[in-house]
Design a protein around this ligand. Structure first.
Ligand SMILES: NC(=O)c1ccc[n+]([C@@H]2O[C@H](COP(=O)([O-])OP(=O)(O)OC[C@H]3O[C@@H](n4cnc5c(N)ncnc54)[C@H](O)[C@@H]3O)[C@@H](O)[C@H]2O)c1
Length: 316
């Protein structure tokens, strides 16, 4: 199969593209090296896989509708895995217009190009943040999601509903995957595993919300990739599916594991939980287990150890 992977120089996209190539698919890897973190890091991600003969890299912006349309016409993709996005919740609070441009308009450009070129299968990244401060845990896909805490999840909710419209109007097969707190090698420098590891190692202060009580459902990258590929293969009519670990970890325990790996105690500055942050993320993964045979394997201890091994190889 010929598969377009957007965001393919990024954290999750580079792992997805690599695993598709490993199993024999043809991959067109698209990314525009957005400045959310360094181009060198994204080039290093590409360096892990993009040299392979069945892979073509395209440096392009999903907001360029004409280019995207032409690309689909020429390439005739069988399926799309759309992972390109502005992804940082906190940054979105003061940059809503950019998030609307990339996450909503960019996604519509891809959906439009797909339906016009006859590419019917579309898997895309959504997020656990769509649940906001959900009252019921673990978060289940049937819960209402109309109360996001920041522009970022608002744009992902928009993607979910737009994909539904394309499914109904054009019979496109669309699956939105709600990723929960993904971590592992090539992890984003703006995310907690990387940021805390770097700061603890450097003896810098880390900011800890609500006395370290918030819980996050950290999910290891290899488990996420397995879920993405299963969704791609399944080609459902329209589904929204949680991909999490189903075992939330308290922030203090998370910090303790990093302290042990780094061999230093964290210097902590306490702060109240901002209104844009939920107290917990916790995935109900029963739907993923049923539909995708998704069974996350990696414990937080093993996953952070593998992350740290990668981090130490000069990735700081
Ligand atoms: N990492 C997580 O924990 C997490 C959780 C929930 C959802 N997600 C979603 O998963 C997807 C991948 O996230 P990630 O953590 O790998 O982030 P990432 O920033 O590492 O990867 C995203 C990639 O998209 C590219 N990109 C951004 N704007 C683009 C544009 N206009 N045109 C082309 N490429 C563009 C960036 O250059 C980047 O390489 C995103 O959709 C994100 O919202 C991630």
């Amino acid at each position: 199969m010929k598969i377009l992977v957007t965001g393919a120089a990024g954290f999750i996209g580079s792992h997805v593209a690599q695993r598709l190539l490993e199993r024999g698919d043809e991959v067109v890897a698209l990314d525009n090296f957005a400045p959310n973190y360094s181009r060198a890091r994204k080039e290093a991600n590409l360096h892990e896989y993009a040299h392979q003969p069945r892979c073509e890299f395209v440096d392009a912006d999903i907001c360029d509708a004409d280019y995207i349309r032409a690309l689909f016409t020429v390439q005739k993709f069988d399926r799309v895995v759309h992972l390109a996005a502005m992804g940082n919740v906190r940054y979105s609070i003061e940059h809503a217009p950019e998030y609307v441009d990339v996450n909503i308009r960019g996604t519509v450009n891809l959906l439009e190009a797909a339906r016009l070129s006859g590419t019917r299968y579309f898997v895309f990244a959504s997020t656990s943040s769509v649940y906001g401060k959900a009252d019921v845990v673990p978060f289940v896909e049937t819960a209402p999601v109309a109360r996001p805490l920041a522009p970022y999840p608002a744009t992902k909710i928009a993607d979910e509903v737009l994909a539904h419209a394309y499914h109904v109007a054009f019979d496109m097969k669309c699956t939105g995957l709600r990723f929960f707190n993904v971590y592992g090698p090539r992890g984003r420098p703006d995310m907690m595993p990387y940021e805390f590891t770097r700061k603890i190692a450097a003896g810098e202060t880390i900011r800890v919300f609500d006395e370290g009580r918030p819980q996050r459902d950290w999910t290891y990258i290899d488990d996420i990739v397995s879920g993405v590929l299963a969704a791609l293969d399944a080609g459902f009519d329209y589904e929204l599916i949680n991909l999490g670990r189903g075992q939330p970890i308290e922030l203090l325990r998370f910090i303790d594991i990093i302290e042990r790996l780094v061999g230093r105690k964290a210097i902590i500055q306490h702060a109240p939980l901002p209104p844009t942050e939920p107290a917990i993320t916790y995935a109900n993964v029963e739907k993923a287990a049923r539909l995708l045979n998704y069974h996350p394997q990696t414990s937080i201890e093993d996953g952070l150890a593998r992350f740290y091994e990668w981090y130490q190889r000069g990735n700081d």
